[in-house]
Design a protein around this ligand. Structure first.
Ligand code: BGC
Length: 390
């Protein structure tokens, strides 16, 4: 992935002054306190069968327009310009609440209480066995049958300095979906003047529990509904990944990516090694694996991923505090869902980069712990920075 003249989005949209290379730390100087931000706008999006109202919030800042639903905290659309200044929605999703409720493979959603799979839908904590709903063969996936993606969150606008955002809150009751402890969750979506979408997660509990929060946006930097993401160039700063068994549960081994299709350290098109017949790729019907980020757990988000789309010139960089990244190449999109632009989504039409702790950590003593105890605060942050490659 050798490209030149990469610029941060905010710089190219005239919102912040200085251009910067994507390898630079970020931060273009602010020239204007408002930074082009407008206050978040709320509109009625739909009503659930139980009568609960669902809103859609629209925020703009740093050259990005973001739409978030109070249902599932879903990123419904994320609009960013291409190298010619033409804007497109780069996140897969639907137009109507009914579509999200009927059958959504977690498009754009906040995932909790536990992102990805827990083997056999159970875990033991402090000597007690907790049984969870199995919603993916024998395993529990993304918090169970009614995870955080299917809850209505309390949403309030938020503003700090040049950042504009939303604060979302959800209280998960003790025993909900089988998990112990009342979990008070706060997620903040922020647009910064630098062309970044930042997501900050926080949670506290009143009993020992496990927590692994993430966001499940499917990206297509050419625009949702535009077809395959296989020609996107992807670089992941991970020398190891966690191979999985036939039900996509990590075996517990941290395998080296060197010499395998999992080596994205130097950047390559997503589709390059997809058809090599590697046993792990066969299991996931593509990439559906947790990458062990070389930087490990960090107090501040550190850059781990760069992805670029040659046609539009759009680039996205991801920085996170988390130790893992689930790279999912949209393998189970099966041509039955029609997206917001009216086009059908087929396998590989979007990809997810779910920053997280490793799948099945509650059953894997060798993995970084996901246990949260009373008095502790769970914190996690991920920053998606958008730019263009001219
Ligand atoms: C999982 C996939 C799953 C997808 C959508 C990803 O995080 O790893 O196996 O199909 O979410 O449900």
């Amino acid at each position: 992935m050798t490209t030149s003249r990469r610029t941060l989005l905010a710089a190219t949209t005239g919102i912040a002054a200085a251009a910067a290379t994507t390898t630079a730390a970020t931060a273009a100087p602010r020239t204007d306190r408002s930074n082009g931000h407008r206050p978040p706008r709320r509109e009625h999006f739909g009503t659930l069968d139980n009568g609960d109202r669902v809103d859609r919030w629209t925020l703009s800042g740093g050259g990005i327009r973001l739409r978030v639903l109070s249902y599932g905290g879903i990123v419904q659309s994320l609009e960013v310009p291409d190298r010619r200044g033409r804007t497109a929605n780069v996140s897969l999703g639907f137009d109507s609440l009914d579509d999200y409720v009927a059958d959504s493979p977690y498009f754009g959603a906040l995932i909790g209480r536990y992102g990805n799979r827990i083997a056999g839908a159970k875990f033991t904590l402090d000597g007690t066995v907790y049984q969870l709903p199995a919603n993916d063969g024998p395993n529990s996936l993304h918090g169970g049958t009614e995870g955080f993606d299917k809850r209505v969150w309390d949403v309030q606008p938020y503003r700090s300095g040049g950042d504009v955002g939303l604060t979302l809150r959800y209280v998960s009751k003790d025993g909900e979906m089988g998990y112990p402890g009342t979990l008070r969750t706060r997620v903040r979506y922020l647009l910064t003047p630098r062309g970044e979408l930042r997501i900050d997660y926080e949670a506290t509990t009143d009993k020992a529990t496990v927590v692994n929060l993430t966001n499940h946006t499917y990206f297509n930097l050419a625009g949702e509904g535009s077809g395959s993401i296989e020609d996107h160039a992807l670089r992941i700063a991970a020398s190891r990944y966690t191979p999985v068994d036939a039900t996509l549960i990590p075996t517990g081994t941290l395998a080296r990516v060197a010499g395998t299709p999992f080596d994205f350290r130097h950047g390559k098109p997503i589709g390059k090694d997809l058809r090599e017949g590697h046993q792990q790729i066969l299991r996931g019907q593509g990439y559906d694996h947790n990458f062990v980020l070389d930087k490990g757990i960090t107090g501040k988000p550190r850059h781990v991923v760069t992805v670029s789309e040659p046609g539009s010139g759009r680039i996205m960089r991801v920085a996170t505090t988390e130790p893992g990244l689930q790279f999912y190449s949209g393998n189970f999109l099966d041509g039955t869902l029609k997206g917001s632009s009216g086009r059908i989504y087929r396998a590989g039409d979007g990809f997810c980069l779910e920053t997280q702790h490793f799948p099945d950590s509650p059953n894997q003593p060798g993995f970084p712990s996901t246990v949260l105890r009373p008095g502790q605060t769970y914190r996690s942050s991920t920053v998606y920075s958008f730019g263009i490659d001219r």
